[in-house]
Design a protein around this ligand. Structure first.
Ligand SMILES: Cc1cc2nc3c(=O)[nH]c(=O)nc-3n(C[C@H](O)[C@H](O)[C@H](O)COP(=O)(O)OP(=O)(O)OC[C@H]3O[C@@H](n4cnc5c(N)ncnc54)[C@H](O)[C@@H]3O)c2cc1C
Length: 413
């Protein structure tokens, strides 16, 4: 089958690779000039099934509204009268219940359960994501009771082997953590990879598998018949034909599916990051500063700090106060050098969000030959390999794998 994958981020490339390895003739159409400018390289680089929880959690919107006036807070909902954003925030609020959260965790766990094994499988097949840390993840806490509660939740939902850390365990595992912590949770088997290495290598593996990647090609229109062929119309007025289309356009997916007369409630959850080269300390593993909601990602020669969830933010603009907030959290945990070291770069990225906190994977309602793979929120790197496999299986069998039923686009039809 000829398959056109729209979007060359980590989800589009993972899908393209799985499809090419199944014997399809695949073309990836990517608006950017290369694969290194988007959200898929501007993230913490964690492959962390233990964090596969939906964003809408009990109390989340209330907390966002409370923090609305704080320019350095980790969660921010921008006041807006834009009807689409208002509706999305309302829908998000409706999903902040215990019941929705529990069902969401189960649905995400079904996709995330094979993440680590499939990442290793990619590695065995020549996809590199080094430099990488294989030493697990520490979630710190400044409150011992909170650490205990986190452990219980992780045991219940994800990893019965996660361990509680007291302060001395924490210091033994990571002497570089000089902040005032009360303890934390340690989860082994989680990974921290360099996302730009992964994305570049995925693109190379796609090319080696026969995938044609067309960069600087923006899809500005689409026609898909209910029958066997589909066409993506590009901004340079050329067309790419296929028998099927995979839409993997991240946070802008609603704009794309509107070309096919459909709408999906995908919106941007903006995050920020800062890279510090030649760090003054050595960290052996990924660390999550739970109260500050900041991810610390060590790769050789660099420490990346990232975080913040801004809903309704202006695209592209980097907020200096939010970067300062992330940096302050890093300095509190790792020492003052974080404040004084000149950053290698600062960045922002748009997480593709959905109101129920779950990805959207499956056939676009009304189209037998158009598959959507988006809405991976804070988990696109974690879920890329299993999503690629799910997309290939969906096109091969004509059905979404049964365990991914809750992720179907039909839930928004
Ligand atoms: C600060 C931050 C930290 C994060 N940390 C982690 C983490 O540690 N672990 C984790 O698992 N996830 C993390 N994430 C989330 C992860 O980065 C995203 O879920 C993931 O990158 C989404 O990938 P994607 O391929 O769906 O979207 P994107 O990376 O946005 O790719 C979509 C692509 O589609 C292209 N496109 C859009 N429209 C068109 C068009 N019309 N024509 C052609 N091409 C088009 C875009 O140019 C883009 O390249 C983080 C995100 C942020 C912002």
């Amino acid at each position: 089958m000829r398959v056109v994958v729209v979007g060359g981020g980590v989800i589009g490339l993972a899908s393209a690779l799985a499809l090419a390895r199944d014997g399809h003739r695949v073309t990836v159409v990517e608006a950017a000039a290369d694969s290194l400018g988007g959200t898929s390289v501007h993230n913490a680089g964690w492959v962390v099934p233990v964090m596969a929880d939906p964003v809408p959690a009990p109390g989340m919107v209330a907390a966002g509204l409370k923090m609305m006036l704080n320019r350095t807070s980790p969660l921010y909902i921008r006041p807006t009268l834009n009807p689409r954003t208002v509706k999305l925030i309302y829908q998000l609020a409706r999903h902040c219940t215990v019941d929705h959260f529990e069902r969401g965790v189960a649905a995400l766990a079904a996709l995330a359960q094979s993440s680590i094994a499939e990442l290793d499988e990619w590695g065995a097949q020549g996809v590199t994501y080094a430099p990488s840390q294989k030493d697990g993840l520490i979630l710190t806490s400044t409150d011992r009771e909170k650490a205990r509660h986190m452990l219980e939740e992780i045991h219940r939902h994800h990893d019965p082997k996660a361990q509680l850390l007291d302060v001395s365990d924490l210091r033994d595992l990571e002497p570089a953590l000089v902040g005032e912590f009360a303890g934390g949770v340690f989860c082994d088997q989680q990974r921290c990879i360099a996302p730009e290495t992964l994305v570049r290598s995925l693109a190379d593996a796609c090319t080696a598998a026969g995938v044609l990647i067309r960069f600087a090609a923006t899809v500005v229109g689409m026609r898909a018949s209910a029958g066997t062929w589909s066409v993506a119309r590009l901004s340079d007025d050329t067309e790419v034909e296929g028998d099927a289309i995979v839409i993997a356009t991240g946070a802008t997916t609603d704009r794309i599916v509107r070309h096919l007369g459909r709408s999906l409630p995908v919106f941007a959850g903006k995050g920020y990051g800062i890279d510090l080269a030649a760090p003054a300390v050595t960290l052996r593993r990924a660390v999550y500063l739970t109260e500050r909601k900041v991810a610390v990602s060590p790769t050789p020669g660099r420490i990346r700090l990232s975080g913040t969830m801004e809903i309704g933010a202006r695209p592209g603009r980097i907020s200096a106060p939010r970067i300062a907030g992330i940096r302050d959290a890093g300095a509190t945990a790792l020492g003052d050098w974080v404040r004084t070291t000149a950053p290698l770069k600062t960045f922002s990225g748009d997480r593709p969000m959905t109101p129920d906190g779950l990805p959207i994977i499956g056939f676009l309602p009304g189209y037998e030959n158009v598959v959507v793979a988006t809405g991976h929120q804070m988990l696109g790197i974690t879920l890329a390999a299993p999503t690629g496999a799910a997309v290939a299986e969906t096109l091969a069998t004509g059905r979404v794998p049964e365990h991914l039923g809750p992720l179907s686009p039909q839930r928004f039809a």
